[in-house]
Write a protein of this length. Structure first.
Length: 305
């Protein structure tokens, strides 16, 4: 069997690896049996999730390969799937309109950073060349999706656990932005820490998959390192943009322009699955505290007169 020959910039020639077949993929997929066995022995009850995740990975990557030439259609599909993943499939708490916030945050930030990075940092000509642009966008989408998911979940958790504090601030005359600001700052910090940590350990503790793949494919080692540096910086920027937009947008949904807390817009999937009505349903203790806050607001209005 003939093998392709790759020549490095230093003049050293090496034979490229033999192209992979579906049998190679099947052999690699069989390694998931290790995960299933461990889950079964330790009674983690993750066997179904492991199998479903493996099947999804196979189907999604196969479909991506089939539509690789349709660049902008592909990016719209990827952005939509990422938004569905965050807003409907994995999120424990959702809010009305969360899908479009998620889609705009992920798609908008990834496309913006991806086009700028492709044109000026990676010298792609044209910048939307399918074989290069789509894999880059896939990495941006995946990482931005994680950051956006963490940020929005942090906002909804904060509103739920600090509901009395939020309502008290509003009753004492805090503006919408003054109320949202501490929640948004905490959520943005929580969402951006993973990408910053990953950027800090790249090349020291871990060798990124993209760089490893390029080296295995016969690329020059230093070229692979430079590409990886560019990708990491693009990922960090995309995550930051997506997180800021999604965190502020969700915060403004649950605290409206009056301003007042709109907890009825928040849906707790865990409570809904057990027959509850979601986070919008207050407990007696919470209702009593809210009544006290309303009385405080009334007293404040009387005093001001």
């Amino acid at each position: 069997m003939e093998l392709n020959t790759t020549v490095y910039s230093g003049g050293v020639s090496l034979e490229a690896a033999e192209p992979l077949s579906w049998s190679n993929v099947a052999l690699a997929a069989s390694l998931l049996g290790v995960n299933v066995i461990i889950s079964s022995i330790l009674r983690l009850k993750l066997e179904t999730q492991i199998v479903v995740a493996g099947v999804r990975c196979f189907v999604q990557l196969s479909l991506l390969g089939l539509i690789l030439e349709r660049v902008f259609a592909t990016e719209s599909v990827l952005g939509g799937l990422a938004a569905l993943e965050v807003s409907e499939w994995t999120a424990k708490r959702t809010v009305k309109g969360m899908f479009w916030i998620t889609f705009t945050a992920i798609f908008g930030s990834a496309i913006s950073v991806g086009l700028i990075g492709s044109m000026f940092a990676m010298n792609f000509d044209p910048p939307y060349t399918a074989s290069k642009f789509i894999p880059t966008m896939g990495m941006l989408f995946g990482n931005t999706m994680v950051g956006v998911s963490l940020g929005m979940d942090s906002v909804l958790v904060s509103v739920d656990t600090r509901r009395d504090i939020v309502e008290c601030m509003l009753c004492y005359g805090a503006s919408r932005w003054e109320t949202v600001w501490p929640i948004a700052v905490d959520a943005a910090r929580t969402a951006m820490v993973p990408s910053i940590t990953s950027m800090g350990i790249t090349g020291l503790i871990s060798i990124p998959g993209m760089m490893s793949g390029q080296i295995l494919g016969g690329a020059d080692v230093m070229d692979a390192a430079r590409y990886q540096q560019v990708i990491v910086f693009m990922i960090s920027a995309s995550v930051a943009l997506g997180v800021v937009f999604s965190v502020v947008a969700v915060s403004f949904l649950v605290i409206d322009g009056m301003p007042q807390l709109r907890s009825e817009r928040i849906i707790n999937k865990a409570m809904r699955s057990t027959g509850g009505k979601g986070m919008g349903q207050r407990t007696p203790a919470t209702t009593q505290s809210c009544s006290s806050i309303v009385r405080l607001k009334a007293w404040k209005n009387i005093d001001s007169r």
